[in-house]
Design a protein around this ligand. Structure first.
Ligand SMILES: *Cc1c(COP(=O)(O)O)cnc(C)c1O
Length: 383
């Protein structure tokens, strides 16, 4: 039906009306008091969301730009970097490091499994000369729906003493607690089209005090993404280059919404959605790709089935719900349900009802009517 499409892909995510209205405003000058006032509030709220006393910088880039900024500001060519790879986005980290001539070593886990912190511990403890400069990790691996044990991994890097912890929190920040200061994270990259509930175009980098010290030492060439420039401008509540003004107005509005909801409620909502989706999918005799409950992302659930693409196209055509497919090797083998950002219980129930209708239409109907919705209702009521 015209205009009815609902996005349940892991970004871009649905945008609330309040935010769309903010986007409809005329752009204001970015060297004005009015803009600076808004930018200050945005920056303060970003620190709140990251649970940090440190700086959070707003860039006009996609999430990958924020990842690249974090790396090139903290590291130098030749630095020894431990990249934890268990999917397409964590592979991207390694690719960026290689593009800048860093010395990459990887610890990997199969798609659908979390990185084993024991392997990280071994690698770091074996490094008695303290030559690792960073551990680079993707908190929520969007390609598979795995949530890595960031707290433990960051603790190991702290124990090592020299390795910085650089994190992709693109689909975890705003969905699950990422207490930057408490866990000792040094740089966190995120992007606007995920749990921030606004369209793509803003990248964010949060920096610890240790990260700023490393920034001064970094020899990697940089200009637009030189974070020292952004930090300096922040003193005047502005940006060094023309910001994406419309998107800043949008995130100002969406951060207000997140703040009104409160961190605990925000995380509890995503946890409920995760439980609801997993229970519903199982009741429809489908298998969540991530088996280990502890490693299941609160933002995205991948479902393993040889019918993945048929299911996706049927649900899109008949129910106007867009789901994501598998990437690379997982193409055609999984579909992914995004449930981060502006998503409520109602959306999960509709998606599961549509999934049931789709499965029946495809002749896979070995379950009672309403099985998925019923199981999700129960799981969400329990949380
Ligand atoms: C979406 C996403 C990114 C950012 O991708 P862009 O297309 O550059 O915005 C990075 N990491 C993860 C885990 C993501 O889900």
């Amino acid at each position: 039906m015209e205009g009815k499409k609902f996005l349940m892909i892991p970004g871009p995510t649905p945008v609330p009306e309040r935010v769309l209205l903010a986007l409809a405003r005329h752009p204001m000058g970015h060297r004005t008091k009015e803009f600076s006032h808004i930018f200050r509030e945005v920056t303060d709220r970003l620190a709140w969301l990251h649970q940090t006393q440190g700086d959070v910088l707003t860039l006009a880039t996609s999430g990958t730009g924020a990842m690249e900024a974090a790396l090139i500001n903290l590291l130098s060519p030749g630095d020894r970097v431990l990249c934890l790879v268990n999917g397409k986005f964590s592979e991207r980290w390694a690719k960026i490091c290689l593009a800048y001539g860093m010395h990459v070593e990887t610890i990997s886990a199969p798609a659908g499994s979390a990185i084993d912190p024991k392997e990280v511990a071994e690698a770091l403890r074996a490094d008695t000369e303290r030559t690792y400069r960073a551990v680079v990790v993707t908190h929520s691996e969007t390609s598979t729906g795995v949530l890595n044990d960031l707290e433990t991994i960051a603790g190991l890097a702290q124990e090592h003493g020299r390795a910085l912890t650089i994190v992709d929190a693109v689909t975890s920040l705003g969905a699950v607690s990422v207490p930057m200061d408490q866990w000792g994270l040094d740089a966190i990259a995120s992007g606007s089209q995920k749990a921030y509930m606004i369209p793509p175009g803003l990248g964010f980098v949060a920096m610890s005090a240790r990260a700023w010290t490393a920034q001064k030492e970094s020899r990697t060439p940089k200009f637009y993404l030189d974070l020292a420039k952004y930090r300096k401008s922040l003193q005047d509540d502005t940006t060094p280059f023309t910001p994406a003004i419309g998107l800043v107005l949008a995130v100002h509005e969406s951060l207000k919404m997140l703040h009104d909801e409160g961190l605990d409620a925000l995380f509890a909502r995503h946890e409920r959605l995760r439980q609801g989706v997993r229970a519903g999918v199982r009741a429809l005799k489908l298998t969540p790709f991530v088996q280990d409950e502890k490693a299941a992302s609160p933002s995205i659930t991948a479902v393993a089935t040889p019918n993945a693409d048929k299911i996706r196209s049927h649900i899109n055509k008949h129910y106007d719900i867009a789901l994501a497919g598998g990437q690379d090797d997982l193409s055609g083998k999984i579909f992914r349900i995004g449930h981060l950002g502006f998503v409520s219980e109602r959306d999960i129930l509709s998606a599961l009802a549509a999934l049931e209708g789709t499965m029946r239409a495809l002749g896979q109907d070995d379950f009672s009517h309403g099985a998925g919705v019923g199981a999700a209702l129960q799981a969400m009521a329990d949380h």
